[in-house]
Design a protein around this ligand. Structure first.
Ligand code: GLU
Length: 429
């Protein structure tokens, strides 16, 4: 008993420390970007924290009759450019610090793909894998009631994130519409198509990552036909990405989920794995012959895509990473030290704030369609996403080359500029 409590305490402390580091390292890169762009210290002071951070406690009746009080957050980083925008995650490890860092990342993403938004993010400390459907519905509705005064189609627009999906968005939209007494599809994105969702939203993050992989491979002279790809994580981004890469003729030689990884140097049977995958993105439990997540990162491959969680490539394992291209589909998978090391070695790293911006881009398309009440075809969505991602990639690559900085710093420079300018024009700084 004593032992397991100690282990729990250590785990909690390690997580707290990691979240602090994630926020700290985001701030460090923002500071470097602002310095490079010649902005004074006040701009950094404005950007290092969200403008608003709401913590709510949500009492929910569980199926067994008991009441559980859940804690939730909504952070609004900066709304100088426009309403804030970003997902809501349901996860036991959600914390105030993590939500803050994630809201800053959303501001950067919006700047990089040039959307008329600032960044926002929300989260609830809970484990949806242990909750029933009715409990999840009550929690989703309870969260909207708790934050309804600070969100809305022209204020702050939520979306899916880790362990939240279109059904949860539908409940949230319904609750918000009830509170406001009018139908408000533009309150939230990532909805089911019949409720005003956009074609292509579900696979948008993976599509954006696929475009970044293709553009990065061109720069490195790697032919994607037969290229060996390793994907860490088999959630929304990882699973769609595996399918897209497989369809383009690349060889997906390894994938993983929280339980472990599967590796086959000749390429995995992706269609079979997708078929057996559960709704929380796990599949490896069905296999005996698995590798660990850390072994997976160190596999011999051309392209590595961390599509799971934070702090995966660190100074401890960076020397053993063999990929020539790393495309970050997850938020914050590589630490600052590891980024510097990879850059020195000539590895092309496409950072999270650029690579994973396809999701919020199609969310923006969804919101535009909701506001105009006119809906686009899947082809129209894809064509527009392609244009946005290619031009964002080119822009960041150009800044990296011309200013002689790594792709992460270049992306941050592009990402903060519009927000800084908008804050200046408004007279905030
Ligand atoms: N949660 C996604 C992200 O981190 C999507 C946000 C959105 O669609 O607004 O980019």
């Amino acid at each position: 008993m004593g032992n397991s409590e100690d282990t729990n305490k250590n785990k909690d402390e390690v997580e707290k420390e990691e979240n602090k580091n994630v926020l700290q390292s985001t701030r460090t890169v923002i500071k470097r970007a602002l310095d490079r762009l010649g902005y004074p210290q006040e701009v950094f002071e404005l950007m290092k924290e969200p403008l608003r951070m709401l913590t709510v406690r949500i009492p929910i009746r569980m199926d067994d009759g008991s009441i559980h009080i859940f804690t939730g957050f909504r952070a609004q980083h900066n709304d100088a450019v426009g309403p804030t925008k970003g997902g809501v995650r349901f996860h036991p490890d959600v914390s105030e610090t993590e939500v803050k860092a994630l809201s800053i990342w959303m501001s950067l993403k919006a700047g990089i793909v040039d959307l008329p938004y600032g960044g926002g993010k929300g989260g609830i400390i809970c484990d949806p894998r242990e909750m029933s459907f009715p409990e999840l519905e009550r929690l989703s509705r309870g969260y909207v009631r708790a934050i309804s005064q600070i969100v809305g189609p022209t204020k702050d627009i939520p979306a899916p994130d880790v362990f939240t999906n279109s059904q949860i968005m539908a409940w949230m939209m319904d609750e918000y519409s009830r509170i406001k007494e009018f139908d408000s599809p533009g309150f939230i994105t990532g909805k089911p198509i019949v409720l005003g969702g956009s074609h292509g939203r579900e696979s948008a993050t993976a599509k954006g990552v696929t475009i970044c992989i293709r553009e990065a491979a061109k720069k490195k002279g790697i032919n994607l036909e037969g290229a060996r790809i390793v994907i860490q994580g088999f959630g929304n981004a990882g699973s769609f990405l595996a399918k897209f890469m497989h369809d383009t003729g690349a060889k997906v030689i390894a994938i993983s989920d929280v339980y472990g990884g599967l590796h086959d140097p000749d390429g995995l049977d992706i269609d079979y794995l997708l078929d057996r995958r559960d709704s929380f993105g796990t599949v490896t439990k069905l296999f005996k012959d698995t590798i660990s997540n850390s072994e997976l990162l160190e596999l011999d491959c051309d392209i590595l895509v961390p599509a799971a969680i934070e702090n995966q490539i660190t100074k401890e394992n960076v020397q053993k990473i063999k990929a020539e291209i790393i495309v970050e589909a997850a938020n914050g998978p590589t630490t600052i030290e590891a980024t510097e090391h990879l850059n020195e070695r000539g590895v092309l790293l496409v950072p999270d704030v650029l690579a994973s911006a396809g999701g919020v881009t199609v969310s923006y398309f969804e919101w535009v369609q909701n506001n105009q009440g006119y809906y686009w075809t899947e082809e129209e969505v894809e064509e527009r996403l392609e244009k946005v991602m290619v031009s964002a990639f080119d822009n960041v690559y150009k800044v990296a080359t011309s200013r002689k900085v790594d792709m992460r710093l270049a992306a941050y420079m592009v990402g903060v500029r519009k927000m800084a300018e908008a804050s200046r024009f408004r007279g905030w700084i």
